[in-house]
Design a protein around this ligand. Structure first.
Ligand code: C2E
Ligand code: SIN
Ligand code: SIN
Ligand code: FE
Ligand code: FE
Length: 386
């Protein structure tokens, strides 16, 4: 068992604390927070190992444990030290586990590890609800036994991380509900669409690919993929007669059609949350043009959000490659020609370059979405008479 040499004493405890506190404050990922907590606890009290267990929501009875250099393992929620702490909600300090019936020596026998001292505490949230259990094993310094001071230190670390965990968990819940809202809206917008939402999905797939080629981070690419499908959400407030019109729109009709970006923005703008906010910006700016001739605001160049600049390319690409009531789908070489001509006019020149270099990949991904949608389409209806 590899040990981190951990000098003890108040000065080192202080620097341990400040280095961990900074990292914990910046961390929003629950698994990484748990690992930080395990490291924090171990270094703070000079334990050989520190593990963190959380109740497993799926099977209810087991604990997912996080430990250094140990894959997630599961143990029964009601047995062993962690189980006792979880059931009683109290700390447990045992310096002679061999003589304690709460200690389950089966794991030691399995792993060949020799447990000599254990300190385990509940991790509680701000309302005192149990969040999980932190368990430190084998004091490596001094007497080799855990003290009440160790217990207090670990308690402080657990309380601090408990707060960070709660924030992270709430953040995850919020993002999950935002994803649901966006999906629901994209689907609602699709009900009236000419092609049962395949436009939205193809735009999502093409935007994602363009974002990746452009060098957006993985995180931003994912936000773009999730939020680009709702770019036309404002269309649900536009009369079908316009969408289905088999000829050019007249001035009045065109004026109505041009309100769809602002309508979409108004539907989504009420949230400061990242995903909804990004969806709002994309809906608002997807018909802006690089040279400032777009609508609704006539924004120029970089003033148009990168997500909207990318979605604009994906949108026009997919529109031109699709039949419309007033025209048939364009041939690919005609589409490519338009993108060459509009480079630096309608489109961000850098992105248009990326588009032109990767047309084949984009056509491929567009077709893949198309095919998948066709396979998933409802089977032909049985005859009406029975
Ligand atoms: P859409 O058909 O999905 O087209 C999205 C965007 O792709 C258009 O934004 C435009 O930039 C490009 N695009 C689509 N079709 C053509 C085309 O035939 N030629 C060229 N050069 N570009 C094309 P835009 O122009 O702001 O239009 C927004 C929406 O307004 C269109 O979405 C469509 O639903 C409607 N619309 C535009 N023009 C007409 C029209 O002549 N007749 C009818 N019925 N609707 C139209
Ligand atoms: C939409 O998803 O509202 C439009 C479908 C299409 O552009 O064909
Ligand atoms: C539509 O899909 O009917 C309108 C698309 C757009 O405005 O981009
Ligand atoms: Fe649009
Ligand atoms: Fe569109």
């Amino acid at each position: 068992m590899k040990k981190d040499p951990t000098p003890q004493g108040d000065t080192s405890a202080e620097s341990t604390i400040s280095s961990y506190i900074n990292r914990i404050a910046a961390e929003r990922d629950i698994d990484r927070l748990l690992l930080l907590l395990a490291g924090f606890g171990r270094d703070l009290i000079g334990a050989d190992r520190c593990t963190v267990g959380l109740p497993d929501e799926k099977d209810g009875t087991l604990w997912s444990k996080v430990a250094h250099a140990v894959p997630r393992i599961k143990i029964p929620r009601t047995s062993g030290i962690a189980g006792w702490v979880a059931t009683h909600g109290e700390a447990l300090l045992i310096n002679d586990p061999g003589n304690d019936e709460r200690f389950d020596s089966a794991v030691d026998r399995l792993t060949g590890y020799h447990t000599q001292s254990i300190l385990a505490l509940p991790i509680k949230d701000a309302d005192g609800r149990m969040f999980g259990v932190i368990q430190a094993v084998n004091k490596t310094t001094g007497s080799g036994t855990f003290s009440n001071a160790d217990r207090e230190h670990l308690q402080l670390a657990a309380a601090y991380v408990g707060q960070a965990l709660e924030t992270a968990r709430r953040q995850e819940e919020i993002e999950a509900s935002q994803r649901e809202i966006i999906l629901t809206m994209a689907e609602a917008g699709e009900v009236r669409s000419r092609e049962a939402g395949r436009h939205a999905r193809r735009v999502a797939a093409c935007s994602r690919l363009l974002g990746e080629f452009h060098g957006l981070s993985e995180d931003e690419t994912e936000v773009l993929r999730l939020c680009s499908p709702t770019h036309d959400i404002g269309i649900i407030a536009i009369p079908d007669s316009l969408l289905q019109k088999p000829s050019k729109l007249d001035d009045t009709e065109w004026a109505i059609m041009k309100t769809h970006p602002t309508l979409g923005y108004d539907m989504l703008k009420h949230s400061e949350r990242r995903l909804l906010h990004s969806a709002a910006i994309i809906a608002w700016q997807h018909h802006e043009r690089w040279d400032g001739t777009g609508y609704p605001c006539g924004l120029v160049g970089d003033a148009i959000h990168i997500y909207a600049r990318i979605t604009a390319l994906a949108d026009v690409f997919d529109a031109l490659a699709s039949d419309r009531p007033w025209r048939k789908a364009w041939e690919m070489n005609r589409i490519v020609k338009l993108f060459e001509e509009e480079r630096g006019k309608h489109f961000d020149p850098g992105l248009a370059g990326i588009f032109l270099e990767n047309v084949d990949a984009l056509v491929k991904i567009r077709n893949a979405v198309q095919d998948r949608a066709e396979k998933q389409a409802a089977p032909p209806r049985p005859p009406a008479e029975r």
